[in-house]
Design a binder for this molecule. Structure first.
Ligand code: SF4
Length: 434
């Protein structure tokens, strides 16, 4: 029996922009082909010698050790880093000529992510697509609740499933949807500031983690903790505590700077690394011009980097704070819906890593040269909001392409945080109160 498909409001209307996209996804990434569609495509291109030549030149089989049904072959990018089948109008030539049927799952379905839990299939959108970012952050439709959609909105009937739980194996999987729902409700509660909501998430997940984790049996503390966080008095107490807490340690900027430097070292040519390098360089130039330069010498001391960042943040916050809160909350909810925290050993580890990702993203937005220029100018909120939104879309999709969806890179960050013994609630506050 076909499962019902549910999706947040913004994915009900998603359409790929094709040739009108500002930054096609058919570039820079490895494009994997599953065996079924590789065979179908190989059969189709026989009828056209030019296509056959391109197919033979650019499609390669994975080594036997790395080969599987889903990752059977891949398309090599051309010398300019683009998919060789992208035509001059920015459209997929193979799609144009042979329809969606022989396309690989990745090509046919990106940026859709499909996950199955019990009798439902959840459709969410990857933020590495700028159009998904626009819909997810700015669309008025309901982001929080997933509602039923017609299977006809999918590119083809048979769809790839990124993750799946048919019958929960342990208490961790069994309570997954109710815990995730509570996390989403906490993040959606706009009676509180965005930072407080992140603090709620860290607190909630940290309290849960001692009983509720990978391999645990059914645990009644889950229901108790959910109930606790539904109580307004508890939330108000936490809110109060959170605002009284003052973070004076620059630990977050040390970690953020290290993550960005690592990214630049790994992949200096990608657009996010170039932006990060520009941002760090600008901070350095500012610092070199300051009177502190003589005192401290070459490297920016973390206290001063933190101070400069906060100056930019205060200005940004006073003009765009309210809209940015909403965008960041929507970003977090997209992550909660799409990524499934049970891929991590316990809910706190997931939320802590997400908090660090939010801190890096907030640093990039606040320090973006064009955003700094905007907040330093006399231009009004109304006259600049469209430009501000364009910059947000650009930063978020580049960030998702280079960091959020780069599992290898995230794993390196995860290991480093663990080795530095920073995977604890004590450090959450530093990243939330960046
Ligand atoms: S990034 Fe999104 S909108 Fe752009 S070409 Fe890819 S799927 Fe289409």
């Amino acid at each position: 029996m076909q499962k019902k498909i549910i999706a947040p409001g913004y994915m009900h209307d998603f359409q790929c922009l094709g040739g009108d996209c500002e930054d096609t996804c058919c570039q820079k990434w490895d494009i994997n082909l599953d065996k079924k569609h590789y065979d179908l495509l190989a059969e189709k291109v026989i009828s056209n010698p030019d296509d056959k030549e391109l197919f033979d030149k650019y499609t390669c089989l994975h080594d036997e050790s790395a080969s599987s049904g889903n990752n059977y072959a891949y398309i090599k990018l051309n010398e300019s880093g683009y998919c060789p089948f992208l035509n001059t109008a920015g459209l997929c030539h193979l799609h144009d000529h042979y329809g969606v049927e022989p396309l690989s799952d990745v090509c046919a379905f990106f940026p859709r992510v499909l996950s199955e839990y019990d009798s439902s299939t959840e459709l969410t959108g990857a933020l590495s697509c700028p159009e998904v970012v626009r819909l997810c952050l700015f669309d008025d439709s309901d982001l929080y609740a997933m509602t039923k959609i017609s299977p006809a909105v999918l590119p083809r009937e048979e769809y790839p499933v990124s993750r799946k739980i048919d019958a929960p194996e342990d208490g961790y999987q069994k309570h997954f949807t109710e815990v995730r729902e509570q996390m989403i409700l906490l993040m959606a509660d706009n009676d509180y500031a965005f930072e407080t909501r992140l603090y709620f998430l860290a607190n909630f997940s940290s309290r849960l983690a001692s009983h509720y984790h990978y391999g645990c049996e059914t645990t009644k503390s889950v229901a108790e903790e959910i109930k606790r966080f539904q109580n307004k008095d508890v939330k108000n107490q936490l809110d109060d505590y959170f605002f009284k807490f003052s973070n004076t340690e620059p630990v977050a900027v040390i970690v953020i700077q290290a993550i960005l430097q690592l990214r630049i070292q790994h992949e200096g040519n990608d657009k996010l690394s170039q932006l990060a390098a520009r941002i760090l360089e600008n901070y350095k130039v500012d610092y070199e011009r300051s009177e502190d330069f003589d005192v401290y010498g070459e490297n920016i001391p973390p206290e001063l980097l933190s101070k400069s960042f906060l100056q930019h943040w205060d200005k940004l916050n006073s003009r765009y704070g309210a809209v940015l809160e909403e965008y960041l909350a929507r970003y977090v909810i997209n992550c909660l819906q799409r990524e499934w925290f049970i891929s991590m050993p316990d809910p706190f580890v997931y939320i802590h890593m997400l908090t660090i990702r939010v801190a890096v993203l907030r640093f990039l937005i606040t320090s973006h040269p064009e955003i700094i220029e905007m907040v330093n100018s006399d231009i009004s909120f109304e006259d600049s909001i469209n430009h501000f939104n364009e910059k947000i879309v650009e930063i978020v999709y580049l960030y998702a392409r280079s960091i959020d969806h780069n599992h290898t890179f995230l794993h390196v960050v995860f290991q480093a945080i663990r080795e530095q013994q920073m995977m604890s609630f004590d450090y959450s506050m530093a990243f939330i109160k960046l």
